[in-house]
Design a protein around this ligand. Structure first.
Ligand SMILES: [Zn+2]
Length: 216
């Protein structure tokens, strides 16, 4: 009887448990070509002071954002070009366009724009180690409960795959400026951020307490 229970656990319950840990992710890749990789390598070198042969990251942090728009397609259209259009405050630091590895729609659908370990420009000083999760929403479109659940699932999955120590909201990145984790060659290069806000991060951290992720 006991044996039958164990067999039942291994063949029925264990795979169900594993499935629950892996979120459904829709691949929606933005352009990653030789020019984007070169600009990413230049960014790593000039901004972060890191010289590498390939534009990959070793993820130890997740940064949660909101997009300040209301559609995945609009976000895709913003991130897809290799070169940054306009935005002079960012352009003087690098011509590389902004991007993020993940984007979560308002109904909780998770899209992947770049592989987890491919460099994305989303958080000054921390891109070299951070996976970015964008959420469709902003001041006018408060993030949804379904997005909260999807972020939780995705972060649990990322934590199971990489040695993630830190979970922060973009608006909290200022706290890293005086730490060894901050890598930015220009001490004046910094922009003020409010996304995704304390309320969302508080709820997210409550749901992920068991992961013991750090912030500053
Ligand atoms: Zn942001």
């Amino acid at each position: 009887m006991l044996m039958r229970f164990y067999l039942k656990f291994i063949f029925i319950l264990f795979p169900v448990f594993l499935c629950a840990q892996t979120p459904t992710v829709i691949q929606k890749p933005i352009i990653w070509n030789a020019e984007r990789e070169q600009l990413s390598l230049d960014y790593l070198k000039n901004r972060h002071g890191i010289v590498q042969q390939t534009a990959i990251i070793k993820p130890t942090m997740v940064v949660v954002h909101w997009t300040a728009n209301n559609s995945v397609q609009a976000t895709f259209n913003t991130f897809n070009p290799v070169l940054l259009p306009g935005r002079p405050e960012l352009r003087k630091a690098s011509a590389l366009n902004v991007s993020s590895q993940y984007v979560i729609d308002r109904d909780g659908t998770i899209y992947q724009f770049l592989p987890d370990t491919v460099f994305a420009r989303h958080t000054i000083g921390l891109n070299y180690c951070a996976i970015g999760i964008e959420n469709i929403g902003g001041d006018k479109y408060p993030l949804t409960g379904k997005q909260l659940k999807a972020n939780e699932k995705l972060i649990r999955y990322l934590k199971s795959k990489y040695p993630i120590d830190f979970l922060i909201g973009h608006h909290e990145y200022r706290a890293f400026r005086k730490t060894k984790y901050w890598k930015e060659t220009d001490p004046e290069y910094f922009t003020s951020k409010s996304d995704p806000g304390d309320a969302f991060m508080l709820k997210l951290r409550e749901n992920l307490t068991d992961l013991k992720l750090l912030s500053l």
